[in-house]
Ligand binder design. Structure first.
Ligand code: AHR
Length: 330
């Protein structure tokens, strides 16, 4: 009798342990997780942190993924090493947010030889063979820059400054990144079209607040005759504004230095409401759900769009409200 009770008890324990490991609705079998290696550029900006969060949420274990995250710490060689590790770990998919556009051919060929699809996010890569990546989801940076330039043209006109000299400082992003290339190219195009616009200084702030502060201080040591500061992201705008104000200059569209920025993070829009940032062009970091959708389609052997640009808008000091900022997801 004693023996029968112990056998029954052992059986019960075994059954309950099996239950712990099972996924509900999978008939006691644990569903296989999709293994994804995600290589991020770093954590240089508020935008970047929101981008990482979005990926982590969309590619969570709860959603059926095993995510291997790698922080490239702003170095392309770290990113290349991470991709090689992902290949060794036999991931199902590689997601890459490339720091810069060039220099990816060899490592992407290695991924291709290993049969691992690569999804490029945020910034683009320039490769000799387009088949080296399966899909891209991110921003049209040239269009973002053109939006900024069109806004500036309209505002200068509104204030009767469209024929007067306009002295512009450009704090660029990480040189060679798509975000820098597109946004700088839009400004270059506008400089060619407006003989009264003058580029008085152009330096890289690397998308980082302290670096932008530093370069803006150096520029201000040479000249204070500045009408517009075209920063290529919010973090740079925060650094530039700090330097401008410390130098005794006012930031604002009416009689001050017009600060243009990109990203439209909550913090950026708060500066828009304060009037320090005149225009903030949106760059959408919430790319995780799009990547998950691409992976799901690829797993079902469905066709995916090679290039998907996210819809983006812009906000300026004339129309921004507290309510818009409160509704902001990042
Ligand atoms: O590539 C997107 C840019 O990179 C964002 O504008 C910036 O904030 C980020 O660091």
């Amino acid at each position: 009798m004693k023996k029968t009770v112990s056998i029954m008890l052992a059986l019960l324990i075994l059954i309950s342990f099996q239950g712990c490991g099972s996924d509900s609705g999978t008939g006691g079998k644990k569903a296989k997780l999709i293994k994804v290696g995600f290589c991020q550029t770093g954590a240089e900006s508020v935008w970047r942190v929101a981008n990482t969060d979005s990926m982590r949420k969309a590619l969570s274990e709860k959603n059926g993924y095993e995510l291997i995250f790698d922080d490239g710490r702003q170095q392309q060689e770290n990113q290349i090493r991470a991709i090689r590790n992902f290949i060794q770990q036999k991931v199902d998919y590689i997601v890459l947010a490339p720091l810069v556009e060039t220099g990816w051919d060899s490592v992407l060929e290695e991924a291709s030889r290993a049969g691992i699809p690569v999804i490029i996010v945020d910034r683009m890569v320039k490769v000799s063979d387009k088949e080296l990546y399966t899909a891209y989801v991110g921003s049209n940076f040239l269009e973002e820059g053109q939006t900024a330039v069109r806004w500036l043209e309209a505002v200068l006109k509104r204030y009767g400054r469209d024929t007067k000299p306009v002295r512009i400082v450009n704090i660029q992003g990480t040189i060679g990144s798509s975000a820098q290339i597109g946004r700088s190219a839009a400004l270059d195009e506008a400089l060619r079209n407006h003989s009264n616009w003058e580029l008085v200084a152009r330096e890289s702030g690397d998308f980082i607040k302290p670096k932008a502060y530093e370069v803006m201080c150096d520029i201000l040591a040479k000249t204070r005759d500045i009408d517009v500061v075209y920063c290529e992201n919010d973090s740079e705008a925060f650094g530039a504004i700090k330097a401008l104000e410390e130098a005794g200059l006012k930031c604002g569209v009416n009689g001050g230095v017009i600060v243009i920025s990109f990203d439209a993070t909550t913090e950026g829009l708060a500066e828009c409401l304060s009037g320090r940032i005149s225009l903030d062009v949106e760059c959408n970091p919430l790319q995780g759900p799009y990547v998950a959708d691409i992976i799901q389609k690829l797993s079902r052997k469905e066709r995916v769009d090679r290039i998907s640009y996210l819809e983006e808008t812009w906000f300026d000091c004339f129309t921004i409200t507290k309510e818009i900022i409160e509704r902001r997801a990042y």
